[in-house]
Design a protein around this ligand. Structure first.
Ligand code: GTP
Ligand code: MG
Length: 534
């Protein structure tokens, strides 16, 4: 297809490949889950249904992505470990983390009813994700030990806290009672005061859950004599164990030893330098326009399986637009979005301090790439799954959709506008081609013949073909198909369609990209969108 003069903007995109022999972990954790669990009345200190739902989503991830050989989770977080030889999406960090978090999120939304049949999802759950690269197997061992330690200590603390609250203490009093309290003292408090033997509490609460595959023999077919033909297949299992990085446990798992290696020593101490590396994140350049572009994963197949109309399905596009509107309502730093087909680009305000204004555990002014991208991709994915029925009441979602995402920084308004022009030129070229292609196919040509007919044709020739052969005036087709959709904030967040390539568009809508004084932006605290309101 023809290149446009705007293609140069691609040079601002950077690759973030994690080189061999680093081991790759993707960790996700619930975004604003404290509030999410309050609203959905999760049991305290642990809700078995919520944990089972997390485990079920993680199992789906392990089944979907065969390169993930081990995963460990507790509370609202999960870590997924890829096999050492993985070449999943050429080991590109943003692809890996967004696909996993997106898939996990849409599975969470689709499975919700299975685990909470009496409860409606009040608003879209979403997750942050990041990639942790471990230079050696020993570093991975420390990482996993660190996460399981967090599970042990968080759970002990939470259990004490909620027992104290149940016994009549206020939140402040309970916090005060647990301040500087050591592990033994907490165990003692539970035992003496509440008659609870901490070690007898369910393993899933105290130890978290591991999911990994074991090789089992399954019958794949029967031969002509009716004898079963068996093959080794890998099946995911949920396992609870006191110490996931103990040699005795790990080295007995054949798949783990084969795909990651065996542990040589026990972990005596969690090295703080390693923990520092687990917390490290890439920053985005300040004072630039940050664009988060998300794109449906294998939507060619997704649209086929769900019988989308060709070349454009208005309902599918409206669903994408509705999700984009919800994203703008949720993330106040996004000032503009442009979408076409299965992709959407979200533009953050130039002086955005996104991360600072999210409920982030890391107190910093820095804008972290993975935090922003994962939150947006995750929120969009859940929204897509939750809103599906509204747009396709007659169709069941056959499998959870997923999106990948990336963040790119553009240093000037002009380059940002060129970026958006590039996306719209792409929309125009693809849509015109697809319109001709499907008209030719519907008229009786094979796909190969239609392709041949269109080979090397220019815009003008396609206009003529449509008009001459099919009596269709291309410019009279729905504007949403021809120009895509843009979303911005007036009093409300609105969807519109226009030519955004021409600079006159930006003159007319000059306020969209205007800088907002820092104090106003700080007041725009992020709020959770209610599903019904979007
Ligand atoms: P990856 O993004 O690389 O995972 O592949 P993809 O299959 O998603 O393809 P790509 O993103 O390049 O293109 C989007 C695809 O989604 C199109 O080629 C179509 O097959 C499909 N698609 C998007 N919107 C519609 C629609 O409205 N109707 C139909 N029939 N298909 C659509
Ligand atoms: Mg796609």
């Amino acid at each position: 297809m023809a290149n446009s003069k705007y293609e140069y903007v691609k040079s601002y995109e950077f690759e973030d490949e994690i080189m061999q022999p680093n081991l790759i972990v993707v960790r996700l954790d619930g975004r604003n889950f404290e509030r999410f669990s309050e609203i959905h009345e999760f049991e305290k200190p642990n809700d078995v249904r919520a944990l089972n739902l997390m485990n079920s989503c993680a199992t789906a991830v392990v089944e979907e992505y065969p390169d993930i050989v081990f995963s460990y989770g507790f509370d609202d977080e999960y870590s997924f470990v890829f096999k050492k030889t993985s070449n999943f999406y050429q080991r590109r960090a943003s692809k890996m983390l967004t696909l996993i978090v997106s898939f996990f999120s849409s599975v969470y939304a689709t499975k919700w009813k299975e685990f909470f049949p009496q409860k409606e999802l009040e608003y879209p759950p979403s997750f942050h994700a990041r990639v942790i690269s471990c230079a050696t197997l020993e570093v991975l061992q420390v990482y996993l030990a660190w996460r399981q330690n967090a599970c042990h200590s968080d759970n002990l603390c939470r259990t004490c806290f909620w027992m104290l609250i149940r016994s009549g203490k206020t939140i402040e009093e309970a916090k005060e009672a647990l301040k500087d309290c050591q592990k033994e003292e907490k165990n003692e408090l539970l035992f003496q005061r509440f008659g609870i033997n901490y070690k007898k509490l369910p393993e899933m609460f105290r130890q978290g859950s591991c999911i990994f595959k074991t090789e089992v023999e399954v019958v794949v077919k029967y031969d002509e004599h009716g004898n079963p033909i068996k093959r080794l297949r890998r099946k995911p299992n949920i396992v609870h164990t006191q110490n996931i990085v103990a040699k005795k446990f790990w080295n007995e798992q054949l798949v783990l030893v084969k795909e990651l290696g065996g542990f040589e020593d026990e972990i005596a101490k969690i090295k703080t330098e390693y923990v520092k590396s687990f917390l490290f994140e890439n920053k985005l350049l300040p004072s630039t326009y940050i664009v988060i572009r998300i794109d449906g994963c294998h939507f060619h197949r997704f649209s086929d399986i769900h019988g989308f109309e060709k070349p454009n399905d208005a309902q599918a596009l409206n669903l994408m637009n509705t999700c984009a509107v919800a994203v703008l309502k949720e993330f106040h730093d996004i000032v503009f979005a442009y979408g076409v087909s299965d992709e959407y680009s979200f533009v953050l305000r130039k002086n955005s301090q996104f991360n600072q204004r999210q409920a982030s555990v890391y107190k910093t002014d820095n804008i972290f790439s993975s935090q922003i991208v994962s939150a947006i991709v995750s929120f969009f994915s859940t929204m897509y799954a939750m809103k599906w029925k509204e747009f396709f009441p007659q169709k069941n979602l056959k499998y959870p959709p997923s999106f990948d995402g990336r963040a790119v920084c553009y240093p000037s308004e002009e380059i940002l506008q060129d970026y958006l022009a590039w996306r719209q030129v792409d929309c125009h070229i693809n849509n015109q081609y697809n319109t001709c292609f499907w008209m030719l196919v519907k008229s009786g040509k094979t796909k190969a013949e239609a392709q041949q007919c269109l080979k090397g044709t220019q815009t003008q020739e396609k206009y003529e073909l449509l008009s001459r052969q099919f009596g269709t005036d291309y410019s009279s087709l729905p504007v949403m198909f021809r120009q895509g959709s843009f979303v911005y904030r007036m009093k409300e967040v609105v969807v519109d369609h226009s030519n955004i390539i021409e600079r006159s568009f930006w003159k007319e809508y000059s306020s969209i990209l205007e800088e907002m004084p820092a104090h106003t932006s700080a007041a725009n605290e992020c709020t959770q969108t209610s599903v019904s309101a979007s």
